[in-house]
Design a protein around this ligand. Structure first.
Ligand code: 13P
Ligand code: SF4
Length: 315
């Protein structure tokens, strides 16, 4: 869950440039690659070698030709990188950056639910701890959840922990879905009234939301997409104006890649405080001190890797 820590220091453009240069020098010294989630601060995205969604970052981690992976995102993402790359050192750029949704289920909760639904195939969202992944049949991300569910032979699927993503998948499959009641505190805040208000202002703008949003919000959208799928949609669409229902960090990438197009965040409350904990200062400190090494006990790592590998094999 959210842990107390000092508010990040605001830096001038000159200071940000200097920090970026230090990071690039540290990268060469450590033989490191820096990966950042689409929700990271603009200056962190600019310092990274690769910016993407959860699925892309998992894939990137396995392909990285580096000794050290510096992960700018939240805990479960860095853990996935550590699970997939036992021969590399994974550093979480900010140790207090965690995902409250991933903390909504632990291995004991999952065991209890599995006992209630013994016939069900278990699909866990990548936003989970390694221990929950280890006890699941397969992982999924928001980019591939429906395909992953369809790939299992089971008629009944226990889907954990995001009930909104689970509901979105349920609308696209004939499988019986049992949904664990977790949710993202940021996306769940977005309500249909806010979407309708934005649509009234820009009636021609496509509405793109994340499937972590409530079903009533998804129902009003033109598409429910992972963050990188939104980036692709924006690039390929003829539209000039878009209404975006996901964490505000993605807007930096959308505007950078599409200079002639306009992007409006549907609600100013779409901020994930954990994603904002990583700053260039924390990246520098983590790299200089070699701290925040992400480790997973080997027995759990091997089982969790099986669930991630199965997901990566789904085409
Ligand atoms: P994406 O996989 O779409 O990047 O989403 C990750 C996440 O945490 C969304 O809140
Ligand atoms: Fe977790 Fe939501 Fe933040 Fe994504 S946006 S990291 S799901 S709390």
């Amino acid at each position: 869950m959210l842990r107390a820590s000092a508010a990040p220091m605001e830096r001038s453009p000159g200071e940000l440039l200097e920090l970026n240069q230090r990071i690039q020098a540290l990268k060469r010294k450590l033989n490191a690659v820096i990966v950042a989630h689409n929700y990271q601060r603009p200056e962190v995205q600019d310092a990274a070698d690769f910016v993407g969604d959860s699925l892309e970052l998992s894939r990137q981690a396995t392909q990285a030709d580096a000794r050290v992976i510096v992960f700018c995102g939240v805990d479960f993402m860095a853990e996935s990188a550590a699970i997939l790359n036992p021969d590399k050192t994974v550093l979480l750029a900010e140790s207090t950056a965690c995902c409250p949704m991933a903390a909504m289920i632990d291995a004991r909760d999952l065991q209890e639910w599995k006992t209630r639904y013994p016939q069900a195939g278990v699909v866990c969202y990548v936003n989970t701890t390694a221990a929950v992944k280890a006890d699941s049949d397969i992982c999924c991300t928001s980019a591939n959840a429906a395909k992953v569910v369809e790939s299992l032979p089971h008629d009944e699927i226990l889907f954990v922990p995001d009930k909104n993503l689970g509901q979105f998948v349920a609308s696209r499959t004939r499988k019986r879905m049992v949904l664990y009641p977790g949710y993202c505190i940021t996306h769940h805040r977005l309500n249909p009234g806010q979407v309708l208000q934005a649509k009234a202002l820009y009636p021609d703008a496509p509405v793109l939301v994340h499937p972590e949003c409530r079903p009533e919000v998804v129902a009003l959208a033109d598409a429910a997409l992972s963050t990188s799928q939104m980036a692709r949609y924006a690039r390929e669409s003829e539209a000039r104006t878009f209404l975006i229902g996901t964490e505000e960090g993605l807007l930096y990438r959308l505007r950078k890649e599409n200079p002639g197009k306009r992007f409006f965040l549907i609600s100013t409350s779409l901020i994930c405080p954990n994603m904002k904990r990583t700053t260039l200062d924390t990246v520098v400190k983590t790299m200089e001190d070699g701290r925040n090494v992400v480790t997973v006990p080997e027995d759990i790592r091997l089982k969790a890797k099986r669930a991630l590998d199965r997901m990566l094999a789904v085409k």
